[in-house]
Each structure stands twice: as structure tokens, then as C-alpha cells.
Design a protein around this ligand. Structure first.
Ligand code: AN0
Ligand code: CP
Length: 312
């Protein structure tokens, strides 16, 4: 595998999940693989889990790690070709990507959707700009439209906690005071397409995700109905996709409670706002898988990096 940009880069999900669970048992088993290899992690946005788990994964594989908060410390980048750069942008991605490539063997990039311009977000300017001009593989650490490392950690967590042949998995929208990207939900939906699950998406009308991504999935606007007999409930906020990046409302009736969850397991990518997205009682119960999901970020990153390193 050259790059890990989307869950569609996974050639065989079951074998990746099995290998990740094996890596979890023996994290340093492939410590020689990354010897004399360096990964540079460029953060255009904040992070806790991605930053630490991806470093941890690289260290487990014997790599050296350089982290840069590009968003606050790098030069502001231009991504459009042929621009007369007489405005605020200091450096073109053409130079930046080639320069960073000289310092490392893999580049990890986090660059969220700005939620202002749908077309620009869907063009994935940052990650595609680097992909085009870098001479080393690219690892997606959450781009405008996807968060494939999170979705892979979610798949690992599901595999570890599932005991049914076809569990019911519900993706449920929840309110949030800030406009959030669609990336986590998009990649989770794509991941569910790769699994043998009874999958239902529930959200208030107006919060439809990109129909190209949800194609084939069941969408149920009645949250209670969607949650009936659920085995896993994945809760996430996202802003409107149709009225791009807008908060239509913050209906508190969509907050996940123990009552609504029933006997299902609760999942969320974190960071989570307590008592807005989900009640304390859910997060503090043993039905919550969120800490294990975050733990599995290390092994998701480790399996993705292992595949990249094996192909260098
Ligand atoms: C981000 C999002 O929703 O995409 C990152 C989640 C991993 N969340 C926030 O900005 C709160
Ligand atoms: N889930 C996740 O990607 O968390 P961070 O934004 O803290 O990296």
C-alpha cells in the first residue's frame, strides 16, 4: 500500500483487524521494520489521540517521529497552481511537500474541513496537495472528508466486542454547539459498508450526510425506532451537509442517555462534550467503549504504517 488516505485503501479488512489485534498483544513485534525510517506528522488542527497514538504506533515499529503543528507554526500554504502569491500565503504546497519529503519516509497529515466552501473541502486541497507533490507516502490523520484511522480503530473495537454473526450498529447524530466536520461519520459509514452488520443511520431531517457515501444504508429519522435492538450505538455530531457547515439546531432530545441506549454498547471517537452529546451516566457506565476505541487508535495506526513500510 502506497498511501492510507481512505478506508477504501484497506485491501482486506478482516486480515487488517486480525493483524491489529495481534499487534495489540505484541506491540513491538515488528520493531525492526521502521528502523532508520522517519515519519513527519503535520498537524493543521488540534489533536490529542491522533497525535499521541500515531507517534506511539510509529515508535512501536521502531520509527523516528517528528511532529509539527503546521497550522500554528508553519508558513501559510498556497494550494492553487498558477496563483500570483502577493496576498497572505507565504509558501506553495509544491515546495513544502517536496521539502518535507526530504526529511522523512512517510508524512502524516491532519487537515480538517474548513466548512466554508464545500467544493474546496471535497477537493481535499491539503492532503491531495501533499499527495501530488510529496515523494513519500501519505497517512491521513483526518482530512476534510474522512478519518480512516478512526474508522479502523472503530472496526477493531467492534470486532473485539461483538459476539453476534450480524450485529445491529446504529450511527446516531447528537447536538453540539460548534459546527463539526463530516469526516468521522463519513469514514464510519464507509467502514460499515465493508462489514456484515445491520446498519442504521439516524439523524434529524436536514442533517443528511453526502448521499454518495450513505448510498445503500438505511436512514431512519425516528431515533427511538432506529435504536431498537441495537448492539452498538455510535454517536457523533456533524453540521449540515446540504446547507454546508451550518448548525440547523441543537435539539437536546438527540443527546444519548442510558434509557435510549438500552443494553447496547456506546461508541464515540472523542473528544466528547459530556451531557451535550451523551449523558455522564453512559460515559461512566461499563457499556461505554470510548477509552478502548482510543486505545485501538494505536493499533489502527500501527497496522496502516506497517502496510506502508512493507511497501517502501
Ligand atoms: C473533530 C471532528 O468532529 O471532526 C475531531 C474528531 C476526531 N471534533 C471536534 O472538533 C470536536
Ligand atoms: N478521535 C480523534 O481523532 O481524536 P483527536 O482529535 O484528539 O486526535
Amino acid at each position: 500500500m502506497k498511501n492510507y488516505l481512505s478506508v477504501t485503501d484497506i485491501d482486506s479488512l478482516p486480515s487488517w483487524v486480525d493483524e491489529a489485534i495481534e499487534l495489540k498483544k505484541h506491540p513491538k513485534a515488528h520493531k525492526g521494520l521502521g528502523e532508520n525510517k522517519t515519519i513527519v506528522l503535520l498537524f493543521f488542527n488540534n489533536s490529542l489521540r491522533t497525535r499521541l497514538s500515531t507517534q506511539k504506533a510509529a515508535l512501536n515499529l521502531g520509527m523516528e517521529v517528528i511532529v509539527m503543528n503546521f497550522g500554528s507554526e508553519g508558513w501559510t500554504l498556497e494550494f492553487t497552481d498558477g496563483t500570483v502569491m502577493d496576498q497572505g500565503k507565504s509558501e506553495h504546497v509544491k515546495e513544502a511537500a517536496q521539502v518535507v519529503s526530504q526529511y522523512c519516509d512517510v508524512i502524516g497529515i491532519r487537515a480538517f474541513a474548513n466548512l466554508q466552501d464545500k467544493e474546496a473541502d471535497e477537493a481535499e486541497l491539503v492532503i491531495n496537495g501533499f499527495k501530488k507533490h510529496a515523494t513519500v507516502p501519505i497517512l491521513n490523520m483526518e482530512s476534510s472528508v474522512g478519518h480512516p484511522l478512526q474508522a479502523l480503530a472503530d472496526a477493531i473495537t467492534l470486532a473485539e466486542n461483538n459476539n453476534k454473526s450480524k450485529p445491529k450498529v446504529v450511527l446516531s447524530w447528537a447536538p453540539h454547539p460548534k459546527a463539526l466536520p463530516h469526516a468521522v461519520a463519513n469514514s464510519f459509514v464507509e467502514m460499515m459498508h465493508l462489514q456484515d452488520v445491520d446498519f442504521v443511520i439516524t439523524h434529524p431531517k436536514g442533517y443528511e450526510l453526502n448521499s454518495k457515501i450513505t448510498k445503500g444504508a438505511t436512514i431512519e429519522h425516528d431515533q427511538n425506532k432506529a435504536l431498537e435492538n441495537a448492539d452498538f450505538v455510535y454517536v457523533k455530531n456533524w453540521s449540515s451537509y446540504q446547507i454546508y457547515g451550518q448548525i440547523l439546531h441543537q435539539d437536546k432530545n438527540w443527546t444519548m442517555t442510558l434509557d435510549k441506549l438500552g443494553t447496547a454498547k456506546f461508541m464515540h471517537c472523542l473528544p466528547v462534550r459530556r451531557n451535550v452529546i451523551v449523558a455522564d451516566a453512559v460515559l461512566d457506565s461499563n457499556q461505554s467503549l470510548v477509552i478502548e476505541q482510543a486505545n485501538n487508535r494505536t493499533f489502527a495506526a500501527q497496522i496502516a504504517l506497517k502496510k506502508i513500510l512493507e511497501n517502501l
